[in-house]
Design a protein around this ligand. Sequence first.
Ligand code: FE2
Length: 418
Amino acid sequence: MKKFINAHIYRNSDANEILVKNGVITAIGNNLPAADEVIDLKGRLLVPPYVDAHLHLDYVYTGGQAGAKNDTGTLFEGIARWHDIKDKQTFEDAKARALKGIEEEVSKGVQFIRTHIDVCDPKLTGLKAMLEIREQLKDNVTIQIVAFPQEGMYAYQGGDELVEEALKMGADCVGSIPHFEWAREIGEKSIHRTVELAVKYDKLIDVHCDETDDVMSRFVELLNALAMIEGIGSRTAASHTCSFGSADNAYAFRMMGLFQKSGLNFIALPTENAYLQGRQDSYPKRRGMTRVKEFWESGINVCFGQDSINDPWYPAGNGNLMNILDNGIHMAQTMSLPQLDTCLDLITFNGAKTLNVEVQYGIEVGKPANFLVLDAHSPFEAVRQRADVLASIRNGEYLFKKPEPSYEIELDLFRKTL
Ligand code: FE2
């Protein structure tokens, strides 16, 4: 039995102690019974693990120095560059790169990852590697796999069949990329197929949806409507929806009401889309961001993700969700004091809701003892300081634990010089 004391528990200001037995939280409160091991958190903030709701683990470390250039810095050149790379990937290489990417994320507090895996590959190499990894790592990190046709369900011949094959092999979610299909009607056909497959195989949905500044790209409308008809809005996510950030307000107003009704989830990728979008703009230049502020303030579920770690679309990225949050709240202009107190939701609870993993997520009695210790004493301080993750705890055990920071000692030395 372990007892964590002097904790500042996110979303629970009444309690400061947590009791853990056999990897499960058995009590939360104050002055809890004694335990074999007592861990004093010294008032630090305890949050549920970070959730990266949108990542491409098959692409990691194929950008920059690895050879893939993207001279235009656009989504479309990224897809063309990846096409050249993927034929050469082997099972071993795909696995090694993905593992390195997961390690980067886990070392920064992520315990839940939804990864898109390109299935426009008759050999399904990336998928096979990821299925093996998902199983091997399941005790340490929860991984969801999206069967994602990067080059189109129809623009890539047989893409829709490969998506179906991937679902049969064990992928968790159906993916698609309607704005990349060769005509609007074909994009719409891909949305119909996405929903059809999700219903047929009882899978979740995550569509790369309207990742463009083209305001005529409105596939989210059809996705939302079909999800609503099937009653699977809360099991469906629309990733990116950049064009919705450029949409006419009258259109957006109507759609917001429908999103509230359906329970659709939205995933914004702040750093990636700030980099990729607006490339055809001169000035003013768009930010590439969907309407995060309006979603959040209207009770529509929205979360943030990393998207890329050094790939043909985006040269940077290191799995640090606090960095993503910091960028995201600036771009979305969601930094009122109440928002700063609660914006950690965008990389924790809201992500868990998107992934439909809420049953096992959150700091509550009866749930797995999964949480992070942040180097901060309040949510506001954590966000303002972009606080480091000092420890990541999974099923009551440390995934990692960093030594106590020595800032105070260093500051004392500094003060003596004043
Ligand atoms: Fe993506």
